[in-house]
Design a protein around this ligand. Sequence first.
Ligand SMILES: [Zn+2]
Length: 216
Amino acid sequence: MNLILLGAPGAGKGTQATGLSEILNIPHISTGEIFRDNIRRNTELGKLADTYISKGELVPDNVTVQIVKDRISQKDCSKGFILDGFPRTIAQAEMLEDILTTEGKSIDKVVNIVIDDEAVVKRLSNRIVCPSCGETYHLEFNPVEDNKCKKCGEQLVHRDDDKPDVIRNRIAAYHRQTEPLVEFYRGKGKLMNVLSESSIEESLQNTLYALGLKGI
Ligand SMILES: [Zn+2]
């Protein structure tokens, strides 16, 4: 099954994608995580991506599309994949259609995770991450002792793009650029809306239900 997850920053796309990836046994492709991994390793791609991401801006299409194209042509995507963070614009969605057509594939379903803006600001302001291994924590839902990573012991930090001003920029960018995708995929008969709940488990159940997979 080839899936796209849509939703504002902080709607829980990443955690849902991780859960779905385990249940469906298909890879979770997060363009944001690919960029952040490159930023941590200070690669050329990382340096380029950081100039945009640290300001809350989107990485240009030509960079992102090439990364997605390479990733979905890999063998582990033959039975399906979950795209998280891509496409973000109608232009990207159209490029994605072209890539998939060349590969003889298509998108099956698009899950739109619905959440209100205030809930996003609250949720993301409380998010802390490990700069070393990338693990995510939440001051309210998944707290840690001594502000140290449970996996590797590193001191946890707020991501630059989780600061309130940057969050508001990201939400505005989402409404402006990504929300038209909801209509784009609705028009193709592929869209499912699911509500983002405060509990990860409930959100995942909503998604499984929408995909007709309840009971797995
Ligand atoms: Zn860690």
